[in-house]
Design a protein around this ligand. Structure first.
Ligand code: AMP
Length: 550
């Protein structure tokens, strides 16, 4: 049977089989909005009509500027199910970056959460007259009201996705040069990704689960959870636009599975540990976006009795690629060994093929899976991109035989467990988001006082990595003194310059991109080909005890 793999089929299944299951959202005023899948289904049909009435046609991009809410979930279904393309905007990016993204995507319509009205204002000024619809409207808002649109729309809609290869979603990722890169998903790719992550050895969601996706719906499709939960029939609790107490959310809603980046779990741990009894419903946390340290895995598994499901992926992979679960043969290992295995990024999800290639080689040489040899991870799967949006595949990102070059450097052992050891791409990962070191360097070099600049990611307990800028100033009037092998300018000069450089970066990039520290040096170490030697620079800060430099 040639059965179409579309989100409309998934929505119909969720409605027919799991209509009584619940979606709850923490509203901006702290109250809880609660309704069933059946009620969501009815609203999605009205929304589908409303979006069509606004002139949106098959293939048009419709953006969202929102967090994890029931309205965003409705849009996750309504937009693709009329044949248009859901384009969640990453609200953490700066207005300058987002304007570039909206321009490239040619978004026709933007749905905005009123809770972000103020920060959206900057973007709005840059993108000119786009049609805006808002939910969670504030009294002063003059845009079209989401609820009014829904109220006026026809309640019936017949889905008509004629081809499972139609595009359903578009997500942008930070390119290594800082330029945004779009990744387009199809109905088929998202359907298959949903089936894949719902397997027992991956996220393993069931109808009995109550799932709390902390991973934002504006980043990498919230790891596919909005679809995975509803296909499995799990209840969902959406944390809404305002920060809330995680332990309270878990305790009050009997959450069984929660998903978020390691930064979230590290920050929440002391409170969760204090309230162990209250959070006893929690059986599993899904962690990804950056490496989850084995000590934190141990803390969750041993102290809280919560299983850690450590996954790796990329926006380009919908995003899930591997998952670190123990094998049956590992059950007799010591706890310490088990946590070390779980701290690896894990084995490929069925449907995903991995291979290790010699780093930076132009011709492909497959490296052995011996747990020691380091190579670049290359991937292919039915839910991995074969090119970036509006561009032809280049050898920088795709191999001649069509595999995705991830830019992650790893080992793979004989059992198929991948362990990331480094990144070949010039991206710093902070709190699960990418920061382009090259984009920051380019911006720094625009300042007349900067002669050379290198930005590196230094390990950070809270965020995983944080950017640090190493700068050589133009020598005008600069006197130097030397400390720890670095020549430092007298305090007042770098202070003033640092302020100016921070100001320059803040005009272009979001706050979390601004380096925590600026270090002014006489010379930046170089590789044999004259590029900044990032590993040598990192070594100076990490292993030689220079981390207390200014
Ligand atoms: P993004 O497309 O923003 O989701 O970023 C994807 C990148 O995040 C990957 O290429 C990795 O460099 C990094 N990443 C994702 N998951 C993990 C993980 N579990 N451990 C280490 N790095 C990760």
């Amino acid at each position: 049977m040639n059965y179409p793999l579309t989100l409309a089929q998934m929505l119909e299944h969720a409605h027919r089989i799991h209509g009584d299951k619940c979606v709850q959202t923490v509203l901006p005023n702290g109250e809880m909005h609660r309704y069933t899948y059946a009620a969501l289904y009815e609203r999605v049909k009205s929304l589908a009509n409303a979006i069509t009435e606004l002139g949106i046609q098959r293939g048009d991009r419709v953006a969202t500027y929102a967090s994890n809410t029931y309205q965003h979930l409705e849009l996750y279904y309504a937009i693709p199910c009329i044949g248009a393309v859901l384009h969640p905007l990453n609200i953490r990016l700066s207005a300058v970056q987002l304007a570039q993204i909206v321009h490239e995507a040619e978004d026709k319509l933007i749905f905005v959460d009123g809770a972000f009205s103020e920060q959206f204002g900057d973007l709005r000024n840059k993108i000119g007259c786009k049609r805006i619809v808002r939910f969670n409207l504030m009294p002063a808002d003059t845009d079209t009201s989401y609820e009014q649109l829904l109220g006026e729309a026809e309640p019936t809609y017949t889905w008509d996705i004629q081809d499972e290869n139609w595009a359903m979603g578009l997500c942008y990722t930070s390119g290594t040069q800082g330029e945004p890169r779009g990744v387009l998903y199809t109905h088929r790719s998202m359907f298959l990704h949903t089936l894949a992550v719902n397997q027992a050895d991956v996220f393993g969601l069931t109808e009995a689960d109550v799932v709390l996706p902390l991973v934002p719906m504006f980043h990498a499709m919230a790891w596919g959870l909005p679809y995975a939960c509803m296909f499995a029939g799990a209840d969902m609790v959406l944390p809404g636009p305002k920060p809330t107490c995680l332990a309270d959310l878990i305790a009050e809603n009997d959450i069984t599975v929660a998903a978020g980046v390691p930064t979230v779990w590290a920050k929440a741990y002391p409170d969760l540990q204090r309230r162990r009894q209250d959070i006893s419903s929690l059986r599993r946390v899904i962690v990804g976006g950056e490496a989850m340290p084995s000590t934190l895995i141990e803390a969750y598994e041993k102290e809280l009795g919560v299983e850690v499901c450590h996954a790796w992926g990329m926006t380009e992979m919908s995003p899930t690629g591997t998952c670190s679960k123990l094998r049956g043969t590992h059950q007799n290992l010591s706890d310490a060994k088990k946590w070390d295995i779980k701290a690896k990024q894990g084995r490929p999800v069925p449907g995903v093929e991995l291979r290790l290639a010699a780093e930076a080689s132009t011709s492909f040489t497959e490296l052995p899976w011996d747990g020691e040899t380091v190579g670049e991870v290359q991937v292919r799967s039915p839910w991995t991109a074969s090119r970036y949006y509006k561009s032809e595949p280049t050898t920088e990102h795709f191999t001649a035989d069509g595999w995705l070059r991830t830019g992650d450097l790893a080992t793979i052992d004989a059992e198929g467990y991948m362990q990331i050891v480094d990144r070949a791409k010039a991206l710093i990962r902070s709190g699960g988001e990418s920061i382009s070191s090259i984009a920051l360097e380019t911006a720094l070099l625009k300042h007349p006082r900067v002669l050379e600049a290198a930005v590196i990611g230094v390990p950070d307990e809270k965020w995983g990595e944080r950017p640090l800028a190493v700068v050589v100033l133009t020598p005008v009037g600069a006197e130097c003194n030397t400390r720890n092998g670095f020549s430092l300018f007298p305090d007042q000069i770098p202070n003033r310059t640092e302020e100016a450089l921070r100001g320059q970066l803040a005009a272009e990039f979001p706050k979390f991109w601004i380096p925590d520290r600026f270090v002014f040096v006489d010379e930046i170490p170089k590789t044999s080909v004259g590029k900044s030697d990032k590993r040598a620079i990192l070594g100076m800060f990490v292993s030689t005890g220079n981390s207390d430099l200014p």
